[in-house]
Design a protein around this ligand. Structure first.
Ligand SMILES: CC(C)(COP(=O)(O)OP(=O)(O)OC[C@H]1O[C@@H](n2cnc3c(N)ncnc32)[C@H](O)[C@@H]1OP(=O)(O)O)[C@@H](O)C(=O)NCCC(=O)NCCS
Length: 443
């Protein structure tokens, strides 16, 4: 079977609205962010009046001092719609620009239609949409799916939402869980952008998703619509989850940096899942990030599950802490177990997008190529780069090149030309990290 055509029922959007975009340099750019928190705030002291706990215990063990709890009308769809509207407004985007909605939630309004489509109807946009279930990692998973849709050309504008009403699935007599969670929604609007392959480009650099179903019983909801005898409450083995959270999240953060060949010091902001301040501090320390580079909302929002990362992102964006073009690292872990991370920044991805290598390989290759080019130029060799951006130029009848590391212009002697053809040559050679040696005549 060489080719497969997959069609999915009704499409409200004509085909041309989601026409594929060129693969070269396509980036998923987070163009707008927004959030919604229920009006009602419940403090630790209020909780201590109904369960055997105290403000001091909750603060000391979790960093939480209050949470927002949804009223009856503040459903998952209601909050998601409000957050989505805010994200679209922030991006200065019209509902018509939305090709897809991916809504991460464990607490949808209904089994179906998906809450994503309730949001679609409320916003009056077309395209397609679906809910995604990955518990507290839901937003990271959804953003990764949006990135794939955009990179593949299947969508150009994607609303990614995390919305939760955990207050409806908590056992309010279980002090071990009911003090930890809150309600809310966060959203981002992700737009396809075309970069020029330089360091000025913006976009999602990489996403890393993981899951281990065998750990499903350390954090779960013990019921669902498929088990009508049980409506379901959240159950958690806190210590176990804590242990896995620190280990797995540190791993995935390290993985994200390694995949992009970035040092820890390159991270401008860590936007972590907001479950427990001790977990957040632990990962910040392992990353060597000072606390002022870590966005924290758990003290005021508690754990809003899939909504926690986009809510934190939207808050730090709205108050001017996060600025466009900075390197932002997001991570989350949740029931499943599921975990993952997303890095977002401006970085050249020419080799990655054009040659199809991994980012690690691309970064290594770029370094090797730059070093080789510098040496070649310094020794008077001329260079021709095909299909890879223009390097040499003519100026006043004389060919000059620019040292890519120093930016200094160097005259090119019209002798022999080292030819780089990344699409044909480099891909084949990258495993050995060897540079092409074929020399051709100058034009
Ligand atoms: C839940 C969590 C805060 C508990 O902290 P902990 O230091 O591990 O505490 P333990 O569960 O070991 O409980 C210690 C004691 O505090 C008690 N306790 C639990 N909740 C309490 C509360 N709200 N108030 C007062 N005491 C409480 C326990 O009953 C236990 O008492 P015991 O020693 O008499 O049995 C912590 O394990 C945690 O944050 N885990 C990860 C949670 C998480 O990230 N979940 C979401 C992932 S998406």
């Amino acid at each position: 079977m060489d080719q497969v055509l997959v069609a999915s029922g009704l499409s409200q959007q004509p085909a041309e609205a989601v026409a594929p975009v060129a693969v070269t340099h396509v980036r998923s750019i987070i163009a707008g962010m927004g959030g919604y928190l229920p009006e009602r705030i419940v403090t630790n002291a209020e909780l201590a009046a109904s369960v055997d706990t105290s403000d001091a215990w909750i603060r000391e063990r979790t960093g939480i001092s209050q949470r927002h709890i949804a009223s009856e009308h503040e459903t998952c769809a209601f909050m998601a719609t409000a957050a989505a509207r805010a994200a679209l407004a922030d991006a200065k985007a019209e509902p018509g620009e939305v090709d897809a909605i991916i809504l991460a939630t464990a607490t949808p309004d209904q089994a179906f239609p998906s809450t994503a489509l309730r949001v679609q109807a409320a916003l009056g946009c077309g395209g397609f949409g679906f809910d995604l279930s990955a518990a507290c990692s839901g937003f990271i998973y959804a953003l990764s799916m949006a990135d794939s849709l955009i990179r593949s050309g299947a969508a150009r504008g994607v609303l990614v939402i995390g919305a939760e009403v955990y207050s409806r699935i908590l056992d309010w007599t279980d002090r071990g869980t009911c003090v930890l969670f809150g309600d809310g929604a966060g959203a981002v609007f992700v737009r396809a952008g075309v970069g020029n392959g330089t360091g000025a480009d913006q976009g999602i650099l990489s996403t890393h998703l993981h899951a281990q179903g065998s750990l499903g019983d350390i954090l779960y909801v013990d019921g669902a619509v498929g088990r009508p005898e049980k409506s379901g409450h959240l159950v958690m083995h806190g210590r176990e989850v804590f242990r896995h959270a620190v280990t797995r999240l540190t791993e995935t953060v390290t993985e994200a940096l390694a995949a992009n060949n970035l040092p820890q010091s390159a991270v401008d902001w860590l936007v972590p899942h907001q479950a427990n301040l001790r977990i957040i501090d632990g990962i910040g320390r392992k990353l060597g990030l000072p606390p002022e580079r870590v966005v924290v909302t758990v003290d005021r929002h508690a754990n809003t599950s899939a909504a926690s990362v986009p809510l934190a992102l939207a808050e730090a964006w709205a108050d001017g802490r996060i600025k466009r073009g900075q390197l932002v690292l997001m991570e989350a872990l949740g029931g499943g177990l599921t975990w993952g991370s997303v890095t977002r920044a401006h970085l050249a991805e020419t080799i990655y997008t054009q040659v199809g290598l991994s980012r690690n390989e691309s970064a290594d290759l770029l370094e090797t190529v730059l070093a080789r080019m510098s040496t070649a130029l310094e020794s008077g060799e001329s260079i021709k780069i095909s299909g890879f951006g223009t390097f040499s130029v003519r100026q006043k009848g004389r060919r000059i090149g620019r040292n890519p590391k120093t930016g200094v212009e160097v005259p090119i002697l019209p002798r022999r030309v080292l030819v780089f053809r990344p699409s044909q040559v480099l891909k084949a050679q990258v495993n050995h990290m060897a540079l092409p040696t074929d020399h051709g005549d100058d034009e």
